[in-house]
Ligand binder design. Structure first.
Ligand SMILES: Nc1ncnc2c1ncn2[C@@H]1O[C@H](COP(=O)(O)OP(=O)(O)OP(=O)(O)O)[C@@H](O)[C@H]1O
Ligand SMILES: [Mg+2]
Length: 243
């Protein structure tokens, strides 16, 4: 037996992460966070408004660089990358979803989903096939030709999820994807997101306060004023899955 082969892989490793907006110490919003996310895990980040969830997700998703600390995604030290390298890593390996879809208004749903594939020079035939499959997976095959203004808020978020998954990311980072939706639409969207990432085995970090998703996450991390519990994420197991 090859004992050198790791059976558990780590996709995200955050060590002693600090971040601040503006002057220290008043502007400091993350205070030495450490966490690990294993391949295929679904980790929910919860906490009160202003607790630092968006800041943490933006750093893990490579949208911003930390004031201090180490962030490793898929074996690459994100905090050490320059702007261009960070962009490339995001393009190739990280999918992101935000409270607002951020779809380009002049493009159709299909064209929006195809944007990351164009950026990666996926050949047109393969691109079209992947886009069609993704739109079908999010239940919008019939709406491929619609522009964002012709879709509901929940449908736009579904397109955003399809776009985030288009390049088969190693990591999906979703920041409050239902924040702008009513309760029923929000639940529908989270059920879809959950099914998609479970089916694909995509490692996912999602900021949410939704009980339905919190009960289905592999782990729930509760941020409190920019801190996680001292003993680390394992000390806060996910709630039991309801029947
Ligand atoms: N660009 C910014 N400039 C200055 N302060 C900021 C900025 N972004 C966030 N903050 C502050 O940092 C703290 C953490 O904000 P963050 O958005 O990460 O929290 P959050 O948990 O996502 O909250 P919510 O989503 O409920 O707004 C808050 O006190 C917020 O006011
Ligand atoms: Mg937020």
């Amino acid at each position: 037996m090859d004992v050198g082969v790791e059976t558990v892989e780590t996709v995200v490793e955050v060590e002693d992460l600090h971040h601040s907006y503006g002057h220290e110490p008043a502007g400091r919003v993350l205070h030495g966070l450490s966490l690990t996310v294993r391949r295929g895990e679904l980790v929910a980040v919860t906490g009160r408004p202003g607790s630092g969830r968006t800041t943490l997700l933006a750093l893990v998703g490579g949208l911003d660089t930390p004031a201090a600390g180490r962030i490793t995604v898929d074996g690459i030290r994100l905090d050490e990358l320059g702007e261009q390298e960070r962009l490339r890593l995001r393009r190739d390996r990280i999918g992101t979803v935000f409270p607002s879809s951020g779809l380009l208004p002049v493009l159709t749903a299909a064209e929006n989903v195809g944007v990351p594939l164009r950026l990666c020079n996926v050949p047109p035939d393969e691109r079209d096939a992947r886009v069609a499959r993704l739109l079908s997976d999010v239940g919008l095959a019939e709406h491929a030709g619609r522009r964002p203004a012709e879709l509901s808020g929940e449908q736009r978020q579904r397109v955003a999820i399809a776009r985030a998954l288009a390049n088969r990311p190693v990591l999906l980072v979703a920041d409050e994807p239902t924040a702008q939706l009513d309760a029923a639409s929000g639940t529908a969207l989270l059920e879809l997101l959950h099914a998609l990432v479970r089916d694909r085995g995509v490692t996912t970090v999602v900021a949410t306060r939704d009980d339905w998703l919190l009960s289905r996450a592999d782990r729930v991390l509760e941020l409190r004023d920019g801190r996680l519990p001292e003993t680390g994420p394992e000390s806060r197991p996910a709630l039991p899955t309801p029947p």
